[in-house]
Design a binder for this molecule. Structure first.
Ligand code: BJW
Length: 257
C-alpha cells in the first residue's frame, strides 16, 4: 500500500476551503506520460543536449535545421504521449472548486488533452509554428519540404511557437499569471525545478500576498524552504490522492467516480 506524507490531509483541507486556486506546472507533471523533463540528471532532455545550442534564438539563427529537427523529435514524443493521472486530477479539480487558473510552463498541451479549460501557456506550445520575422502564428504549406519550412506570407523561416531563453513571454499570459498568483488563497507548484524566470517568481508572489503555497515535486527545489507545504513524490500519485481526500467523489486515478 502507498504511504502518503502526513501533510496530505492538511493540504486536502486547504483545497476544499480555497476560493481561488492557482496552479503552476512544469515538466515533472508530464514525466509520467513519458515526456522527458529538462534538467533531471539521467533522463532530462538537457542531459543529452546543450540547451544553449537548441533553445535560444541564437541557436536557431546559427543552425535552424538542427533546432527544427530537435523540435520535430520532441513533437513526435508528445504526439505519442497521453495525459497521466496528475493531468487528469487537475482537470477534474477545475470542476470542483470555485475558481482555478492552471499556469503551465509546458509546451506539450497535455493539460488541454486532459480536459483543463482555464490554462495559461507561459512558454508557448509545440503544436503551432510562427514566423521568425513577423512573429505571427502561421501554418506551414504542407507541400513545403524544406527544413525548416518557410512562412507562406513572407518567406522567412518558420519556428516552433515556444519561448526561448532571452525571449519575452507573452504580456497577456504574464498578466493573467501574476493576477492569478496575486489573488489566489492556495497556490500549487507542481513538477518544476523553480529555476527559470519569470515563472519561478509566481509562487513567491502568491506567498507575499498571503496565500498557502504547496510544492509537489520528486525532489527539493529552491522554492522548498519557502513553501508552506512540500510534498515530495510523484505528481501522478500525489495529485489524485489529495483530490480524493478533498473531494471523495473523484476516484484516485483522476476520473470521476
Ligand atoms: C517530478 C516528477 C514527477 C520529475 N512528479 N515532480 C531572473 C534571474 C535569473 C535569470 C533570469 C531572471 N529573469 C530572466 C532570466 C533569464 C532566463 C532564466 O530564467 N534563466 C535561468 C535558467 C537562470 N529567463 C528567460 O530568458 C525568459 N525570458 C525572459 O525573462 O525575458 C525577458 C525579456 C523581456 C523583454 C524582452 C526580451 C526578454 C524565458 C524563459 C524561457 C524558458 N524556455 C524553456 C524552453 C521552452 C521551449 C521548449 O520546450 O523547448 O522552457 S527552457 C525550459 O525550462 C522550458 C521549461 O518550461 C522551463 C522550466 O523547466 P521545468 O518545467 O521546471 O523543468 P525541469 O526539468 O527544470 O524540472 C522538472 C522538475 O520536476 C524537477 O524538479 C524534478 O525533480 C521534478 N519531477 N519527475 C513530480 N513524476
Amino acid at each position: 500500500m502507498t504511504e502518503f506524507p502526513p501533510a496530505l490531509a492538511e493540504v486536502a483541507h486547504h483545497l476544499r476551503e480555497a476560493q481561488e486556486i492557482a496552479v503552476l506546472t512544469g515538466a515533472g507533471i508530464s514525466a509520467e506520460s513519458g515526456v522527458p523533463t529538462f534538467r533531471d540528471a539521467q533522463t532530462g532532455i538537457w542531459a543529452k543536449y546543450d540547451p544553449m545550442q537548441l533553445a535560444t534564438p541564437e541557436a536557431f539563427a546559427a543552425d535552424p535545421k538542427r533546432v527544427w529537427e530537435w523540435y520535430a523529435w520532441r513533437r513526435g514524443l508528445v504526439a505519442e504521449a497521453k495525459p497521466n493521472p496528475g493531468h487528469l486530477a487537475l482537470a477534474n479539480l477545475e470542476g470542483e472548486v470555485p475558481a482555478l487558473t492552471l499556469i503551465t510552463q509546458n509546451v506539450d498541451r497535455l493539460h488541454h488533452r486532459a480536459g483543463s479549460k482555464n490554462v495559461v501557456e507561459l512558454h508557448g506550445n509545440l503544436e503551432e509554428d510562427r514566423c521568425s520575422h513577423e512573429n505571427c502564428v502561421v501554418r506551414a504549406d504542407p507541400s513545403d519540404n524544406r527544413t525548416p519550412p518557410h512562412c507562406p506570407r513572407c518567406e522567412a523561416l518558420l519556428r516552433p511557437n515556444v519561448v526561448w531563453f532571452g525571449e519575452a513571454l507573452s504580456p497577456a499570459a504574464l498578466e493573467r499569471s501574476f493576477n492569478a498568483a496575486g489573488n489566489c488563497d492556495l497556490f500549487l507548484c507542481i513538477g518544476t525545478s523553480s529555476l527559470v524566470y519569470p515563472a519561478a517568481d509566481l509562487p513567491m508572489e502568491a506567498l507575499n500576498r498571503g496565500a498557502t503555497v504547496v510544492e509537489i515535486n520528486a525532489d527539493p527545489t529552491p522554492l522548498s524552504p519557502h513553501a508552506t507545504y512540500c510534498l515530495q513524490g510523484k505528481a501522478g500519485t500525489l495529485l489524485p490522492a489529495i483530490s480524493a481526500l478533498a473531494f471523495p467523489a473523484i476516484t484516485t486515478n483522476g476520473s470521476p467516480a
